[in-house]
Ligand binder design. Sequence first.
Ligand SMILES: Nc1ncnc2c1ncn2[C@@H]1O[C@H](COP(=O)(O)OP(=O)(O)O)[C@@H](O)[C@H]1O
Ligand SMILES: [Mg+2]
Length: 398
Amino acid sequence: MDRVRIRLASDDSTWLEERARQLGPVEDIVVTAAVRPAELSLSPQPPVALVDGGSDLTGALDTIATQTRLFPGSACVLLLQRGWDLATAFPRAALVGARVVLPHDCTLAELAEGIYKAADSVAAGGQPDPGPAAADRMITVFATKGGTGRTMVAVGVAAALAARGLRTALLDLHLDWGNAGVWLRGTPTRPFSELLSEARRMDADLLQSFMARHGSGVYVLPAPPKPEMAEFVHAEHVSAIVRAARDGFEAVVVDTPPAFPDTVFPALESADHILLLTTPDVASLRNARAALGVLDLVQIGRAKTHVVLNRANRGSGGVRRTDVEATLGLPVWAVLPNDDAVAVRAANQGLTIAQTAPGSRLGRALALLARQLVPENTERRSQVGLLRTARDSPASTR
Ligand SMILES: Nc1ncnc2c1ncn2[C@@H]1O[C@H](COP(=O)(O)OP(=O)(O)O)[C@@H](O)[C@H]1O
Ligand SMILES: [Mg+2]
């Protein structure tokens, strides 16, 4: 392996000296600069930095966010300081683009390993982030309470988009207990177990070989077949999957777990829209408020988070829409009616609501939600483009 050249960044000159001294004997690592965070610039080379977590962490996260944005082909390793445990800091760091996060008491071997890993990730993902490429329509459906309707909405929105002719992917990131692949049954060419070892060279074609094409037109990446496999999936795998999906599809819809494991953050961070679901009951609403708190904490903008009230008319004496808005401090962006017959029948038949009952209230509400997310005019433009290249149709032009 080539020697890894890195820069160190900290406001604390003692920290810089100590890290430089510590890494001195490591043959494969060369420290090329030790600077204050404000002076850090990962371009030109080297593309790897070791960043001091500092006492309040926020400054370090800002530094990493800036470098990642300015130099997408670079990688930052965050070394936490005492007082920060990995479980708390990792999600925030991953969100701003840190490739590796190390605990304050890591050994020299672990520190070196982390730096190698970051350098490898730069080499593997050498090309800069594709940015808002093919799919600038990634929709992550989220709720921290099970049974809120994440899968129903994810399947419903994906199907509504596919029905409009958009090449649509549905990624089931509810890795342990997800059932989007049970609803939209199908057999991928290759099993999920092989996906993890392929993550480093993941691209749109490779991803498609792990997906099943459902009769609705939706391509589904099902959750692993056994819940215990979920623990082998890491945030890096998910990032690779999301990147490939955005590359290969016009719309990407993500189903999620009712929690905040590391693996859900790449899908929340990359999303153009987050649908935060709640049902009209106090327990669900409390969970939604707590979820918003976490999203705020990790600085996911509220601008892309939309509250969706599912099963709105269910039961009597339920929470009203105005209560939802007052509790969450956000407007209700979309309302989906309760319709047991339609929802359950479609799921049991393994069909989408767009297939079984497009004219039902729930079917129409899902189609409307899909139009709010991806307006019709953008779709027509892309379809015309596709048609022209595919068939060169003379009739399609004005
Ligand atoms: N608007 C709705 N009307 C009727 N039933 C619904 C509706 N939304 C969800 N359901 C039903 O509620 C149950 C839980 O929904 P699901 O999408 O699996 O939730 P989650 O993925 O959040 O755990 C399912 O049986 C589903 O069919
Ligand atoms: Mg679900």
